[in-house]
Design a protein around this ligand. Structure first.
Ligand code: A3D
Length: 320
């Protein structure tokens, strides 16, 4: 059987990390694409030379030509610009929307059968626009945010409870922005609800509120420290877990920005929801019961995504 082909559109900080992780896990051959000339080729050469040391078999190439993406099984999109301190994700809308147009057309013309994972911000609007521009079926285009946001939430909970991150199951819904909804009622420490664990440990609810707030602002905290860009290690590894779920038909239930039609009171939007990923792409959206407060928070988040889509439509008349 031929090796799978993983195409990475955008070869910057996340793109390069994705290439390393994909090659190291021998997910398939990797093609790094970027508009910057020489950069994807240089990273591909450098990464190829990790092979003998790390012992992986994967062909890694770099290109500026969309034709080299032909036949890709998975495409992960990070093309665009990241945040700098003082910027919100929404500040990236105009520039990254035009990037999504070029990328969507490149996918449509060269690898229309791929499973496409978008990471470019503002995520929920960009994944929607990418789907529109590429014309791929909705189940084959998904956004990565929830796995990362949940990982941030889980990290902070593990630190607070002084327990292994492996035992924390943390849950975040909604858009990937300051309105995201970390859901404590579905978050557990190996099955023990987080609120019960807090009582056992004598941790006040106000402390859990602080952890929720830190999770919401988790990306900005890293931007503020790095000063030159945004997080890349955890975003990359999160997208890799989604790609592996697709390639291995793993049927994993992961929080992803998926196309929601009818569930959660949402009609025709990409928003962060628990999603089953397998060989059929995003195969199912799981609608969980929410408290009134959680449902209201989700509505605020969904409204914020709607506003961004209206802004996209205002910028590009081909979007309806
Ligand atoms: P960066 O290191 O700047 O890489 C982006 C790359 O895209 C650069 O190499 C550019 O040359 C390239 N590029 C720009 N325009 C095009 C184009 N038209 N076609 C192909 N390539 C192009 O950024 P990064 O890797 O740190 O971040 C990439 C994106 O991910 C940004 O939009 C971030 O905001 C976003 N991001 C999202 C999350 C989520 O959780 C959703 C987390 C972290 C970053």
């Amino acid at each position: 059987m031929a090796r799978k082909k993983i195409a990475l559109i955008g070869s910057g900080m996340i793109g390069g990390t994705l290439a390393h992780l994909a090659a190291k896990a021998e997910m398939g051959d990797v093609v790094l694409f970027d508009i910057a000339e020489g950069m994807p080729q240089g990273k591909a050469l450098d990464l190829s030379q990790c092979g003998p040391v790390e012992g992986f078999d994967a062909k890694i190439t770099g290109t500026n030509d969309y034709a080299d993406l032909a036949g890709a099984d998975v495409v992960i999109v990070t093309a665009g610009v990241p945040r700098k301190p003082g910027m919100s994700r929404d500040d990236l809308l105009g520039i990254n929307l035009s990037v999504m147009k070029a990328v969507g057309e490149g996918i449509k013309n060269n690898c229309p059968n791929a499973f496409v994972i978008c990471i470019t911000n503002p995520l929920d609007a960009m994944v929607w626009a990418l789907r529109e521009f590429s014309g791929l079926p909705h189940n084959m285009v998904v956004g990565m945010a929830g796995v990362l946001d949940s990982a941030r939430f889980a990290t902070f909970l593990a630190w607070e409870f002084d327990c292994s991150v492996k035992d924390v199951n943390a849950f975040v819904l909604g858009g990937h922005g300051d309105t995201m909804v970390p859901v404590l009622s579905y978050s557990t420490i190996n099955g023990i609800p987080v609120k019960d664990m807090a009582k056992i440990k004598g941790i006040p609810e106000s402390r859990l509120d602080e952890i929720v707030a830190r999770t919401r602002a988790g990306g900005g905290e890293i931007v503020g420290l790095l000063k030159t860009g945004s997080a890349y290690y955890a975003p990359a590894t999160s997208a890799i877990s989604m790609a592996q779920a697709y390639l291995g038909d793993q049927k994993r239930i992961l929080p992803c920005a998926s196309y929601v039609e009818g569930k959660y009171g949402v009609d025709g939007l990409y928003v962060g929801v628990p999603t089953r990923i397998g060989a059929g792409g995003t195969e199912d959206v799981i609608e969980i019961e929410l408290s009134d407060e959680e449902a209201n928070n989700l509505k605020v988040s969904v409204d914020a995504v709607e506003e961004l889509l209206d802004a996209c439509r205002g910028l590009d008349a081909s979007l309806v």
